[in-house]
Design a protein around this ligand. Structure first.
Ligand code: SF4
Length: 490
């Protein structure tokens, strides 16, 4: 029989707060966890990077990173640094009540030790207070006199001008009082979690907590009983899915039709009858609202917590690539422009000057989900007011190719309620698909570009470059083909 380590950590306590079953499975059957995607991995990494950057708030400290040996080694190193009189520690380790925690930043202020929990988000969330509260509980219990507890998060109003001003990049919130108020509940919850872990698996059914505050990584296991074409496939906010689930209504066929909104009704009906919806008049009207020359525009953007260029706020989207296809006339030959910024260059002005040259005045511009492309262009106009007039003109001529799919004037029963290009394209144009591409969606494209910016490996960078051009190019070629299909449908 395998031995199970039932001691807790900061993150396992937070996991248990979200769902006891999740904590139980994590300790007893970790092999049931879902695989971590490359995107999730990148998000974790970005959180770690922000944590390390925040150390600049208190420079000159001593780090006790995870890599520095076993937990007991980290505990003894922390102890000896404190005894030596070190005033700032990064990732200091403590244990109390069988709970192990690492503190992002521990600093000795005028009134005593202060703990700082760093988050890469741009605001405060309830769960972050629990995070600080468990650390406070352990540090106090371990005998460290903690005077203050702080939450540190990214200040999204900060605008970079020259060198990063770390004091302005982060916002520091004193949450000592609120954290102290939570101490009784932390103690009680810990006792409950420990007792639960020693018993049988708790009987907990799926619920909203499966994805809040975090996406639970046992969903693949716990949601196995949900069949294909279930209420959870319904898109939008119409019906309360968990209310239906509690009433025993799981399959779409059992949902009372009058409980669904228009779009959900269309989705359910089409799915169950395997029947497509094509409103020819409305599609015709949409196509007649376009004109030639017709341009098809798609941007790729990245965003970072720590702005890499001037006049940039944290997490502001920076375009680094676009693909632009065009048709001079209906049925004409497809022309193509593209741009992909070299790594580590500020591409913003280059992008807008190219686009202004390439898109003729008064051309119709199609984007898929145009709010994104419009948002990028508006931002470019703010950064470069000298081009504002021309950019505004492009914006006023943008039309949205997603519109007929969003409104369900064209709905294929296999779309599963989605109007995403990644779903729509392979259904309408089966010969074009994102499957088997090295980069198959926007999040991956942005991660790939950022990887290029960090990697000195020119061979790998060349592969990424090709994959990015292929991916973004498919987005605009896909738009051309989707429009053709819409034309044939009406
Ligand atoms: S998937 Fe839901 S029910 Fe299952 S462990 Fe996670 S939160 Fe709990």
């Amino acid at each position: 029989m395998k031995t199970v380590n039932l001691s807790l950590s900061k993150s396992s306590f937070i996991r248990g707060l979200q769902c006891h079953k999740s904590l139980y499975l994590y300790k007893h059957q970790p092999e049931l966890r879902d695989e971590i995607s490359a995107l999730q991995q990148a998000l974790f990494q970005s959180g770690t990077d922000v944590g390390i950057y925040a150390q600049k708030l208190f420079p000159g400290g001593v780090a006790i990173p995870f890599g520095k040996g076993t937990l007991s080694k980290q505990l003894s190193l922390t102890k000896s640094e404190i005894e030596k009189g070190t005033n700032t520690l990064y990732e200091a380790a403590f244990v109390h009540d069988n709970v192990f925690v690492k503190v992002d930043i521990l600093h000795k202020g005028k009134m005593g030790w202060e703990l700082y929990e760093v988050k890469s988000s741009t605001g405060e969330k309830d769960v972050y207070l629990d995070d600080v509260a468990i650390q406070y509980y352990v540090l106090k219990g371990a005998g460290l006199p903690v005077s203050k507890a702080f939450l540190v998060h990214i200040n999204n109003k900060y605008v970079r001008k020259g060198k990063i001003d770390v004091k302005k990049l982060f916002e520091i919130i004193d949450c000592t009082k609120r954290v102290k108020n939570k101490q009784d509940s932390v103690k009680k919850e810990l006792a409950k979690q420990k007792k639960m872990l020693e018993g049988d698996i708790p009987e907990i059914d799926i619920g909203k907590y499966c994805s809040a505050p975090y996406n639970c990584d046992f969903q693949g296991h716990c949601w196995q009983h949900i069949p294909e074409n279930s209420i959870f496939d319904l898109r939008g906010h119409g019906v309360n899915k968990f209310d239906l689930y509690k009433q025993g209504i799981v399959h779409l066929k059992d949902v009372p039709a009058d409980s669904l909104n228009r779009n959900q009704g269309i989705q359910a009906n089409a799915t169950l009858k395997k029947k497509n919806v094509i409103d020819k008049d409305k599609i015709k009207k949409f196509i007649e609202s376009l004109w030639y020359p017709l341009y098809f525009l798609d941007f790729e953007t990245f965003d970072c917590a720590i702005p890499p260029y001037d006049n940039l706020r944290p997490y502001q989207k920076v375009p680094f690539q676009y693909s632009l296809d065009y048709l001079e006339k209906k049925g004409g030959k497809i022309g193509h422009y593209e741009y992909l910024a070299p790594p580590n260059t500020d591409p913003r002005e280059e992008i807008i000057t190219r686009l202004i040259k390439e898109i003729p005045q008064d051309a119709c511009v199609l984007a898929y989900n145009m709010s994104f492309e419009k948002g990028v262009l508006k931002q470019l106009a703010e950064w470069f007011p000298k081009y504002k007039g021309k950019i505004d003109r492009i914006i006023s001529n943008i039309r949205d190719l997603a519109a007929p799919f969003r409104s369900k004037d064209y709905y294929h029963y296999k779309m599963n309620g989605s109007f995403s290009m990644k779903i729509v394209l392979p259904i309408l144009v089966p010969e074009l698909s994102y499957d088997d591409m090295d980069i198959g969606e926007g999040g991956m494209a942005s991660e790939a570009y950022l990887k290029m910016c960090q990697s000195p490996d020119s061979t790998e960078n060349e592969q990424i470059r090709k994959a990015l051009l292929e991916y973004c190019g498919l987005d605009t070629l896909g738009m051309v083909r989707i429009l053709e299909k819409l034309g044939k449908a009406c």
